[in-house]
Design a protein around this ligand. Structure first.
Ligand SMILES: N[C@@H](CCC[C@H](N)C(=O)O)C(=O)O
Length: 289
């Protein structure tokens, strides 16, 4: 392996990522290496890592290679694997644009949650076709401190529990994963969103992400929140026959989410590359040992 590994750093509404371009899938990135890179003191720092691989070169993405040239091999900050990352896929597309692999307009990106369509607009914002939400039946409860709330179970490829609260401060410091029940609702853990109203079809959220802790934004979480809010508000597009658009404020900015009557969800927001550099491969090896 070369002694230096290229990386970039980027964010979408301040959900930040270490980006590791590796077209031929030649770099070994075990969970401990990802956790070391995402460490904010001893590493580069990030809520997650975007491993940029050609679909044809990755065993999990080969079947999508005819539809999407590039695979977003997404990892959480603790090194765990997740099915999908909504902010990550916008930042991934921005990287492809910056590196000349994509231009303005439409492209497709393979993810563990399937192939996503992405539109890079002239104004700089990026829109992602996030697919459809699944709404598993059953009551779910989430807690924080002394309080607990009923939550909506929404699956955006990855699992979410959405709780409407009077005040976002009631979620507390979110230093540990919010407890939830029943345990069987989320056998692989869950991302928990706490949501407060800001106006008509306008909400604000905080999130505790599985594998990353509290982050300043979560794209799949914002989609889950918009879906849950539309059901709560009697604005389910499948019932009304009209699209429902929600503005979702996150700690790091704003995302706009539209759900169509056929269930397709689109998310629009910014994506920024802030730096690029080289990782010392020897350091990375020693961090893994
Ligand atoms: N921040 C992401 C979601 C990342 C994955 C999540 N932590 C999980 O484990 O499901 C987003 O923007 O969607």
């Amino acid at each position: 392996m070369s002694t230096r590994i290229a990386f970039l750093k980027g964010h979408g509404t301040e959900n930040d990522f270490v980006i590791v371009p590796d077209p031929e899938n030649a770099i070994d990135l075990p969970p401990a290496a990802v956790a070391a890179l995402c460490d904010r003191r001893a590493g580069i720092g990030g809520d997650g890592l975007l491993h940029v691989v050609r679909s044809a070169a990755h065993p999990e993405a080969r079947g999508m290679a005819a539809e999407a040239e590039w695979f977003m091999d997404y990892r959480n900050a603790d090194g765990s694997i997740a099915e999908m990352c909504g902010n990550g896929v916008r930042v991934f597309a921005r990287y492809l644009q910056r590196s000349g692999h994509a231009g303005e307009g439409d492209l497709t990106v393979a993810t563990r949650g399937g192939v996503k369509t992405v539109h890079i607009a002239k104004n700089g914002d990026i829109t992602v076709g996030m697919g459809r939400a699944l709404l598993p039946e059953g009551d779910v409860t989430v807690g924080a401190g002394e309080r607990s709330w009923p939550a909506r179970n929404v699956n955006m490829g990855n699992p979410h529990a959405v709780a409407f609260v009077d005040d976002l401060a009631h979620a507390g410091d979110l230093l540990t994963p919010p407890p939830f029940s029943p345990a069987a609702a989320y056998p692989d853990g869950v991302n928990v969103e706490f949501v407060a109203d800001r106006g008509p079809r306008h909400v604000a959220m905080r999130v505790h992400e599985r594998g990353s802790g509290e982050t300043r934004s979560c794209g799949t979480g914002a989609c889950a929140v918009a879906v849950a809010a539309a059901r709560r508000d009697g604005a389910d597009p499948a019932v009304t026959g009209t699209p429902a658009t929600y503005t979702v404020d996150v700690l790091g900015g704003t995302l706009v989410i539209t759900e169509q009557p056929d269930g397709r969800i689109e998310m629009t927001g910014p994506a920024v590359i802030v730096a690029e550099g080289e990782i010392d491969a020897q350091w990375l090896e020693s961090a893994v040992r």
